[in-house]
Design a protein around this ligand. Structure first.
Ligand code: FMN
Length: 298
């Protein structure tokens, strides 16, 4: 058996280089799907795995002799790199300070974010965990204020056409299906939000993406765990913070571009490959304001 994703439907291949294997068994004990076993003092693929090798790479990463090679599912031995030392990793105080200093930033200085900085944000996002490897998270990258603006203007034109989704009659129709909480949420938040988005955009004020210099849209495929894109977005957000950028997550675009023919056309136009259960925009740029106080949340 192998676990299907949008990118591959095959299991990875496990090769043990017998001359190198010293039979320590670390690979056997780390594999949670029993892909490996020890036979006559050497590791061997067991053929007993329930899911087949999903290419998590743990066996390669713990083998002190480099005796295991995984190929397939977008993984090969060349993808391994030496781990940064413990002393190089942020300690708890540093990580907590980074997290506590973060605020949602909605006003940005009118300067671009350098390509190298965006690349470092993406490199951090690449280290996010995922339900099943290889990651099925996709990222639409808008790397200039002009691109963010153009996307947002097109989204506003699209929203104008589908704003009936927040109309009184549609909400009344849907209430028995999606329940009281969703009904209240739509009436109390989504409907006024859509109205505000559209009236402000007509005045040239962008409260959808705040004219940020960068917007990254994280979304999954129909196969992946819905949480994957949100986790990758969170990694990107924290990495951006560590690079001196201000960030804001935006949840309101994703749900509007999922269902119906117009949504499909909109996604195709913007190179968004999949409809997906969850997705999130993270906007970023150099912040205009400096916060002086944190907020202790309960
Ligand atoms: C999943 C998610 C979606 C969000 N969507 C939006 C949004 O569409 N627009 C916006 O201005 N802020 C959005 N935010 C930012 C929140 O409003 C913000 O995190 C909250 O007000 C707390 O402020 P803080 O982040 O500065 O602590 C979102 C945050 C999250 C986590």
């Amino acid at each position: 058996m192998s676990v299907p994703t949008s990118r591959t439907k095959e299991s990875a291949r496990i090769t043990v280089i017998e001359e190198k294997c010293d039979g320590c068994g670390k690979c056997v004990s780390i594999c949670s799907d029993f892909c490996l076993e020890l036979l006559n003092g050497k590791a061997h693929p067991s053929g007993k795995a329930v899911f087949g090798c999903i290419a998590c790479g743990h066996c390669m990463a713990v083998c002190p002799e480099a005796a295991i090679e995984i190929h397939g599912r977008f993984l090969s031995p060349e993808d391994m790199f030496p781990l940064p030392g413990r002393e190089q990793a942020a300690n708890h105080e540093q990580l907590l300070a980074l997290m506590q200093r973060r605020r949602s930033i909605r006003k940005y200085r009118n300067i671009p974010v350098e390509k190298e900085v965006i690349d470092r944000v993406l490199e951090a996002a690449r280290s996010a965990p995922m339900g099943i490897p290889p990651t099925d998270v996709n990222i639409m990258i808008l790397d200039s204020r002009e691109k963010v603006r153009a996307f947002t203007e097109d989204f506003a034109r699209y929203l104008e056409k589908v704003k009936w989704l927040t109309s009184g009659w549609f909400l009344a129709l849907m209430r028995p299906f999606w329940g009281k909480a969703t009904d209240e949420f739509f009436r109390g938040f989504m409907k006024p939000l859509v109205d505000k988005y559209l009236t402000d955009m007509k005045k040239g004020v962008n409260v959808i993406t705040y004219d940020a210099p960068v917007a990254l849209y994280f979304y999954g495929s129909p196969y992946c765990d819905p949480a994957d894109s949100i986790i990758a977005a969170t990694y990107a957000m924290l990495a951006a913070e560590s690079l001196g950028l201000g960030t804001c997550m935006l949840g309101a675009i994703h749900p509007f571009i999922q269902n119906g023919k117009a949504a499909t056309r909109f996604r195709e136009k913007h190179g968004i490959h999949f409809k997906s259960r969850e997705g999130l925009f993270v906007i970023m740029g150099y912040p205009k304001a400096e916060f002086l106080k944190g907020i202790r949340r309960n």
